[in-house]
Design a protein around this ligand. Structure first.
Ligand code: NDP
Length: 596
């Protein structure tokens, strides 16, 4: 498709009109937390296990048993820290993959770089994009191999962390009455872990069954996370609210099994082809030379940056997006390589891709009106791009109907159903594919505050924006480490790569501190200020523009606020960050840290 054939002005006008009708003055406040509805917040995956409170001491306590806790634990165990403890609100390791067991769940980044520690565990992913049960099993594999179950506290939420300067340790208090101490603490609570519901009027009045996709109730639906038919739904009318990445993956399963499936849509996702397939063991053997996963991580980063990589090892949906943009820019004659022309080429590449994705809808969906309503009218990176080979097809199933709300969202929920445009759709069950809280303050989302040196609260210290060195350490909060992508490689990098790298950095600092017999390690104010200054010197994020249709990428249409403009990545991109931090770590000088 050539952009000359596209009426760019008309498309831009359409993008703006579609955005404007979705803007809601209440922004993030339109959502409710799942915990406000006690029944819906219950964990359906593990029975409750009683235990006595813990009051001991460990060398390292880590909050969160997802990829971050697992990988940091593995690194620290290898570095000789035997008494490592994970505190996790779920009933097992896995984080996202513990909670999200909805049918069809799978990763959207190639498994070869999405699943951490493949080389260390010797696991070969079975598919290019592995399904959730395999990823969860991999989490258990890591925990077993590195002995992380021994000391773990599950079904436990940290309520408070307090620095005890006299004894150089953190006091950790939890929802289970624990009050133990840890010389070091780490936090990897994940960017998307607080499930949310749409604040639809009457939501609490519904008398039928309802659940959030991260609390899938297989007792009710039948079937299992491996994809067995949801047999109990054969006589059920199901409403699914939401059409984001989760919905895209579970709709095909619901469409096959339910008597009737009504998909309530506020904004369509862009859904490109997935092209999943099994990984060939012979091919895997041929590439699995020592150091292969790091090489793949690095190659992904190279393909996401502005250079000209020789090869794309990963070849997933994300590197495809980057390649297309790069090729468009490189098609300009070198004399035209001005920032404006490059930006225009980037935009043109996007117009073409989105037109292709909209045409894909027409080529798959039989009903013309449904196809029209499933077309996404925004730039591809305005919302989370999706990839699936059965989602659009599901709307051809006789029992499946798209209920488009023209950007307004569901109007009301009654005792018996869902109301859109004054029409009530009676259903037996409402499933909320309504996502997770993003954009709130770190401590509000984590569910606890930290009190550092001299009684300083993290929420107060970060009131005007986060401050760290390397996205990992915060001045005045000694012996504490955060694993998250802001002020580091950034959220749109391959997050597991960021986690693996942070784990190496934390293990290097802790090993150095322990070997030298230090009691405390802190980052200096000067080093932190310099890092924050560097972070703020960049052009900001490629995503998050307020002219995009609202969503969590752009703070529900409000764009970056004064505080969340600090939650961006290294100005040179993920590649520059990883290069800097590797050199910093490997020099052994630990610039900017004080040990005592
Ligand atoms: P999202 O936040 O992406 O989607 C929530 C959906 O609920 C949106 O379609 C939203 O519409 C809709 N919604 C909200 N309020 C209303 C309302 N009042 N009426 C009707 N609809 C409403 O959540 P997901 O769980 O789908 O995905 C969250 C993120 O998790 C993804 O972006 C991705 O990063 C990650 N994820 C990754 C996967 C993977 O890697 N394979 C799979 C699944 C999730 P609107 O768009 O208008 O706001």
């Amino acid at each position: 498709m050539s952009t000359t054939a596209l009426d760019k002005d008309a498309i831009q006008k359409k993008y703006k009109a579609e955005r404007d009708k979705r803007l809601r003055p209440e922004g993030n406040a339109q959502y409710k937390r799942l915990v406000e509805f006690e029944d819906l917040a219950q964990d359906p995956h593990s029975p409750w296990v009683d235990r006595a409170p813990v009051t001991d001491h460990v060398t390292f306590a880590f909050i969160g048993g997802g990829f971050a806790g697992l990988v940091v634990g593995a690194q620290l165990k290898q570095a000789g820290i035997d008494d490592f403890r994970v505190i996790e609100k779920g009933g097992d390791f896995g984080g996202t993959w513990y909670w999200n067991r909805y049918p069809g769940a799978q990763c959207d980044t190639a498994s070869m770089i999405y699943m951490p520690l493949l080389e260390e565990t010797g696991h070969m992913p079975s598919e290019k994009y592995a399904h959730a049960p395999e990823i969860r099993e991999h989490c258990q594999r890591i925990a077993n191999q590195f002995g992380l179950y021994d000391n773990a506290l599950f079904q436990t939420e940290v309520t408070d962390l307090e620095w005890d300067d006299a004894n150089s340790c953190w006091v950790v208090r939890t929802s289970r009455g624990d009050a133990f101490t840890a010389k070091y603490i780490g936090m990897g609570t994940g960017p998307l872990h607080v499930a949310k519901l749409p604040g639809i009027a009457g939501i609490e009045t519904f008398k039928g069954k309802s659940f959030h996709t991260s609390r899938w109730d297989y007792d009710y639906t039948g079937g299992d996370p491996l994809g067995a038919p949801l047999a109990n739904l054969a006589d059920k009318r199901i409403a699914l609210i939401g059409t984001g990445a989760t919905s895209v993956q579970c709709v095909p399963h619901l469409a096959k099994s339910a008597k009737q499936l009504l998909v309530f849509q506020r904004t369509p996702s862009s859904v490109d082809a997935r092209n999943n397939g099994p990984i060939d063991p012979d091919w895997f053997k041929s590439i699995a030379e020592p150091g292969w996963q790091q090489r793949w991580f690095d190659n992904f980063v190279e393909n996401q940056s502005q250079g000209m990589p020789q090869v794309d090892l990963v070849m997933d949906g994300w590197t495809e997006i980057s390649r297309r943009i790069r090729e468009k820019v490189m098609s300009l004659p070198p004399s035209d390589w001005t920032p404006e022309n490059m930006m225009m080429a980037f935009e043109d590449a996007d117009f073409e891709k989105m037109e292709e994705i909209r045409n894909r809808v027409d080529s798959i969906v039989d009903d013309g009106e449904t196809a029209e309503n499933l077309k996404a009218w925004y730039r591809q990176l305005c919302k989370r791009p999706c990839f699936h080979d059965a989602y659009l097809q599901a709307f051809n199933e006789p029992g499946t109907q798209l209920v488009d709300t023209d950007g307004k969202g569901v109007e009301r929920i009654t005792e018996t159903g869902v109301v859109v445009n004054g029409k009530e759709y009676e259903v037996d069950c409402i499933i909320y594919a309504s996502g997770f809280e993003v954009g709130s303050d770190y401590t509000a989302r984590a569910g606890f505050d930290m009190t550092g040196r001299d009684g300083q609260k993290l929420s107060e210290y970060w009131a005007n924006g986060m401050r760290t060195q390397h996205g990992i350490q915060v001045h005045g909060f000694p012996n504490a480490f955060i694993v998250q992508p802001s002020q580091a490689a950034n959220l749109i990098s391959n997050v597991p790569h960021n986690i693996v790298d942070h784990a190496k950095t934390i293990a290097a600092i802790v090993s150095h501190s322990e070997a030298a017999g230090h009691a405390q390690v802190d980052v200096t104010k000067e080093a932190e200020d310099a890092w924050v200054e560097l972070i703020l010197s960049g052009a900001g994020m490629m995503i998050g523009s307020p002219d995009c249709t609202p969503g969590y990428y752009n703070n529900e249409g409000k764009g970056l606020t004064e505080t969340n403009k600090y939650a961006v990545g290294h100005p040179g991109g993920a590649g520059a960050y990883f290069k800097h931090i590797a050199a910093w770590r490997e020099s052994g000088a630990f610039d900017g840290l004080t040990f005592r």
